[in-house]
Design a protein around this ligand. Structure first.
Ligand code: KIV
Length: 275
């Protein structure tokens, strides 16, 4: 508690342009979630490229069964904490349920996340139907990550956490949505629980970086919920999560092993992916 802050990495600050260059160079992007300043600094020092304050905080911090109860005030609060821990990583923050239902509402909430929470990019769960919102945010200078595939905020509509984009028609629709959202101005596409072949196809069709979670190895980068890969989350571990604490001396070593595994392409393996 009273120790001096660790010497921060002098490495260059990661920007959106860095991530685009990494995609072009075929360098994998390592991303993780964080919810507080101490873990944020640990991730930053361990070489994580993108840190997300996910609305998964509703599950892992607040103990809810879904992300639906998470509010803008919750996100702003945790973003402030995480922002204080970051020096190098690019900083993305989730827009919670019902906070981007119209372009105007989305813009005023995104402004809060950027001005009060220090976010450099907002993430919203969408389909092609959110293109107008993405376009409005883009026109107003807000960098956007569009989250496709499994959209946990829709869990009550979907009836559970299931792989998305299975079947020819659903796969075509997801590719179409990704292209539409890119055209509308999305700077990053995130794919959750998507068959690996479809995720790889979307990655090669769009110009922007594609980050996957349960979407196989053919994407430009990986993200996991920090508490899942540190084996803190209660309950059954999802198929796509590797427990990086298993062979690590501590959380810092586990996060370094994750960064190394993403960069080298050894994570995710076929056992973490969906056909
Ligand atoms: O909320 C979150 O943590 C997320 C990740 C699972 C990508 O959206």
């Amino acid at each position: 508690m009273y120790t001096q802050p660790e010497n921060r990495s002098q490495a260059e600050k990661i920007t959106l342009a860095t991530l685009v260059k990494m995609k072009a160079a075929g360098e994998k992007i390592a991303c993780l979630t964080a919810y507080d300043a101490s873990f944020a600094a640990l991730l930053d020092n361990a070489g994580v490229d993108v840190v997300l304050v996910g609305d998964s905080l509703g599950n892992v911090i607040q103990g809810h069964a879904t992300t639906v109860p998470v509010t803008m005030d919750d996100m702003v609060y945790h973003s402030r904490l995480v922002g204080r821990g970051l020096k190098r990583a690019f900083f993305m923050v989730d827009m919670p349920f019902m906070t981007y239902s119209t372009p105007q509402i989305a813009l005023s909430n995104a402004a809060r996340l950027m001005q009060e929470g220090c976010a450099q990019m907002v993430k919203l769960e969408g389909s092609g139907k959110q293109a107008e919102i993405v376009c409005y945010l883009n026109e107003n200078g807000v960098p956007v990550c569009a989250h496709l595939g499994l959209r946990p905020q829709n869990v009550h509509k979907l009836g559970g956490f299931k792989v998305q984009g299975r079947g020819k028609q659903a796969a075509r629709q997801m590719l179409k949505d990704a292209l539409l959202l890119e055209k509308a101005g999305a700077d990053i596409i995130l794919l959750e629980l998507v068959p690996q072949a479809l995720a790889a196809e979307i990655t090669s069709e769009v110009q922007v970086p594609v980050i996957g979670i349960g979407a196989g190895a053919g994407v430009d980068g990986q993200i996991l919920v920090l508490y899942d890969m540190l084996d803190i989350s209660p309950g059954r571990r999802p198929k796509f999560v590797r427990n990086f604490m298993q062979d690590a001396a501590g959380p810092r070593a586990a996060v370094e092993a994750y960064v190394q595994a993403v960069r080298s392409g050894s994570y995710p393996g076929p056992e973490h992916s969906f056909e």
